[in-house]
Structure formats: structure tokens, C-alpha cells
Design a protein around this ligand. Sequence first.
Ligand code: GAL
Length: 673
Amino acid sequence: MPETSPKGLTRLAFGGDYNPEQWPESVWQEDVRLMREAGVTMVSAGIFSWALLEPSPGVYDFGWLDRLLDLLHENGIRVDLGTPTVVPPVWFYRAHPDALPVTAEGMRHEFGSRGAICHSNADYRAAAANITTKLAERYGAHPALAMWHVHNEYGVPVSACYCDSCAAHFRRWLASTYGTVDAVNEAWGTAFWGQRYGGFEDINPPRLSPTVGNPAQALDYKRFADATMRENFVMERDILHRLAPGIPVTTNFMTALSQCDSVDYWAWGREVDIVTNDHYLITDGRRTHVNLAMAADLTRSVAGGAPWILLEHSTSGVNWQPRNPAKAPGQMARNSLAHVARGSEGAMFFQWRQSRRGAEKFHSSMLPHGGTHTRVWREVVELGASLDSLSTIRGTRTEADVAVLWDWHSWWAQSLDWRPSEDHDARERADAFYETLYDRHLTVDFAHPEADLSRYPLVVVPALYLMTEAAGTNVREYVENGGTLVVSYFSGIVDEHDAVHEGAYPGPLRDVLGLTVEEFSPLLKDQSVRLTGADGSELSGDVWTEFVVPRGAETVWTYADGLTAGHPAVTRHRFGQGSAWYVSTRLGAEGLDALLGWATDDAGITPRADLPRDVEVVRRTGESGTYLFAINHTGSDAKVPLEASGTELLTGERAAGRLEIPAGAVRVVRLDG
Ligand code: GAL
């Protein structure tokens, strides 16, 4: 069994991407001195260093990395060592220009950025295997080595390549997935528009086409591209396991960012020894701490509930959004500790020392251009001390209250062309339901639609367009056995090949929801509909409406106007021992809160009315005890009731009764007992 935590790391991970090759070696001494001052425990190194390590084919220069690892080891800093396979050197591309990826439009990318890789390319695979082998042979037993960091963020910036090697590889993938070309014809529904294939050799990637291509082909191409990247990860991982036994292998995920929606992290989570994640705040006016919590919950879920590590986030602003605000004082600590509350075994950053040159010089770092006489540096040093006082938390697990179903394949299918409305955005619904649960102070686990749901009193399905029969059976049995289910519209519509389930919508959910949907009727931009409740109260919906016909479900809210007037908008169905709610329009925050209020009542979940809005309360439990995290995202002091007395670990003070959390502060209480 490979190790599942960084070797030799006895405290929480604190540090960042360290790119010392950008600086003269004289600067390294200052780096490690300041790392010690800040309490850095681990750095990620060598991620982009292939061109330095192998300056020409078969000629290696490991001297600088030897000196670096020795220096870090002498200073007690553990190393997460990169395999630099995300940027092959320019000599490699001169010899193998066809390793540069090609877009669906047939344009080949050029060298000069990063991540320009065709993952099907045999020369790339051979070269990546070679440099990985060389690194594993040289550093596998180095005392500084804590874990391997393979590649960087698979899936970005290029999510798929459409070149001829990929076409050949896609045909092989189809042959092994389907066996015969007739099975592909059947699965893709090629009888439509005369797309029937006579042999595998006729099939190409979904390249530029006059109008919409075959959606099942496009969906399979996403699966193929994801599987192809994973083949390369597994290839490197297996070399590292063989040559450096006992050192865990990771690759940094970007679980919840829609920029990286091309990777099925359920599948990747099973391949890594430790799940690690990169998370950056999307500063588009929404509440960034909610997006952060969601990313952390999703990462923990991908890790199967086990501890994971936040491998990158930012000390302050990033540089790649249209507008990149700095973080407010205290926000970096709140962000870091919110990840820890939700299962991260530390908080690491991109990057240690802010670059002077290159594309990311305006991205914040732990050691800014302004040096140590800066707010960011002072906050970094404080955070190092805070994390140090939380060392005993390692190995404990975050407790979740409810589950939200999540599936990248459904998301891919939902995002294909020619759906009933371009305004329906599955990701937006997932975010909106998550935000409502967050505001109800419920901690969320994400679950694959076919996963065991029996431990959750409430399961929410925000928008799950693609559902297999197995997923349908899973949620049906969950409700039959006493669970409470909430399903939002346009769920359970197609199977794994994007083929509409037979019978009326919503296929495998009809009986559990006790209804059929006769027709979708999306609304025009800026249109909305009124809904009335049995008690006369009013709500509104937009984007989407449906002609719902109850077949056992009771109507809770009815459309009061629009084409669907008189039809149910929200229903509830008692099924077996449980109940299943359905909502057929896009509810705003008020409507979602009402809906989840009823559903949590059904589920027997006690409302947390005693907790103020935007004060995040999360628990981690394990052998070393129960830790209550309280994070005050507001500008006023707040109080949170404590179920037991305990010790507040950041201040060392005793806490009992009500815990005081100053504006913008974090408190972590280790409960007695
Ligand atoms: C990450 C990437 C880092 C750095 C960072 C900037 O996605 O892994 O290398 O570019 O973004 O935010």
C-alpha cells in the first residue's frame, strides 16, 4: 500500500511552489532563512524545470537540484518534488513538432507558454517516462523528499487535442470500450443525419463541422481525452512507485473551478495516493468564501472523506482575472483555515517568492516584491504560527450533514450544444443549492450518483441531466429506505450516451418523484413566472418552466402565470419510508431557502438558527479529538454556542458556553472529552 501522507511531515503542510531557478543561488540562502522564520514545512519544487534538468537530449544537469534539496533538508523543509512533464524543453518540440496539440479547428499550438501537450503522442510519453525515471532514480531516496507532484493541473490549459495521433488513439479507445463499430453506431445514434460508420477507421475526433456534431461522439471524446491524460499520470505514477517505494504520489487538482471542467475527478481521486487541490477565489462579485467552501467540500469528497492537501492558493490577488483585487487583511488566514476546517492538512500557496519576470509577476506570493516589510509577509508569518498550533488535527475528518450529487459526465453532457435553453447552467444550479445549504450551516459532502447515500438524511440533486439507470435505482432505493431527496429540473433526462431515457421524462426518476414532465418550456431572457403556495404565499422563478403532471406527488407550489399556469412548480412525493421533492423552475435564493427548509424538516435536520449568517462552523473529528472551527466572515464580532468546553488553539485560551469570534477572525476549539 502506498503512503497516504507526505513522508516525514509531522506538522500541517505550509509553504508554496518554490521556483528558485528564477533566482541566483545567493538568494536561496535568504529564502530558507525566511522560510524558517515563517514556519514553512514543505515546498513544491521542480514543476517547470525540465529545460534546466535536461538542457539537451540525454544531457542532464542535476547539480542545482541536488544543492537545493540538500539545502532544504538541512533546514528541515520537506519537498513535494515535481515531475516537470507539463513543459517539455524546446529541443523536444523541435524534434517532435507533432507533440504540440491541435485545436478542433485544426490549428497547432506553438511552444512558448506551458501545457502544450498532445497526451496521445508516443514521443511525449517516452520523454516524460524518461525524465520521471531519471528523477526517481536520483531523488527517490533523498531525505528531503516527502511526495511526488506529477505534472501540473492536468486538463488546463489544453483539455483535448484533435490531431491525427489522437484520432488513432480515439479509435483504439472506442474499440476497447465498445468492441464493435456497430455498438458505437448504436450508442451514438448515428442513424440520425446519416452519420453511420462502416469501420473504426472512418471515425475522427469531433473536429470543426458545419453545424452541431453528434453529441454522443462529443461526450465520448471528453471521456477519451480525460482517460488519455490519466493514462499518462498512471504511467508516471507507476515509475515513481517502482523506483521510490514509500513516497506518495499526487497531482494537483482544480476540483471546483469551472476553468477545469474537463477532468473527472471521481476517477482521478482513485489513482492518486493523496488528493491535493489548487483553489483560487473567483472575484466576480459573488461571496468568495462560499465558492471556497464548496471547492474544499468537493475535494474532500473526491478524496473519499480522507484528509487532503490544499497545494496552491494565493496570499492576495491573482493576475489572470479581468480584475484582480488584493485580499483584505485577515482574509488569507480565513481562506486557509476554511480549507483546513473542511479537511485540508495544511495550506500551501502559489508561490513562495514573487517573480520579477515572466507571465506571473503580478500574482501575489508569500514573499512579495516589497519583501518582508509588507502586510502580506506579516500575515504569512502569523499563519505559519497558527497552523503550527493546529498540528494535532492531522488525520481527523470533517463531518458532513447532507450530500449533493455531482458528476462531471453529466456536466459535460449538459454543456453540449442545442439544449432547450442556453440560460440553463448546471453549474449555476449546483452553486445556488450549495449556497443555500451553506447559509443553513449544513456541511456538504458531494457524492457520485451511484455512490452509497444511506448515511445522509438529505440528498440534493441540483441539475443532473445525465443519469444512468443504476443512478436512478440508487436514489430510488435511498428514498424507499427513508431518505429525503430534492431534485431540480432537467435531471434524469438522458443515459450515459446522451440518449433520452425511454418513456416520459424524467426517466429513472419518474416513480420516486411521482410525476412526469410532458414538456419543457424555457423562458425568454428576463422573463419570470409567479408561483403561489397552498397557503397563498408567492415566489418567483425564471429561466425554465415545465408542464409537470403529478402521478402520486402532491403539489406544493403552482405556476400562477405563464404558459405553464396551473401546473405544479414544486411537488413532494412520499415514497417508501422517505420523501422526494421536485422543483421545475429556477428558484432564487428565497425560494431555494423555503424548499430546503421543508426538505430539511422532512429529513429531521435541526435548523441552526443559533448561528449568524457568514459565520462558518465546521467540525473535524478523529482520534485526537473533536475540533470546532468558527470562521467569522463578517465585519462584526460574533458569538457561537459551544456544546462543550474546550481550548481555543490559536489563542491558547479556555472556551466555554459561547465562543466569541472577533470580526474577520477564526477560532478553533478542541473540545474537552
Ligand atoms: C495555477 C498553476 C500555478 C500558477 C497559479 C496562478 O493554476 O498551477 O502554476 O500559475 O495557477 O494562480
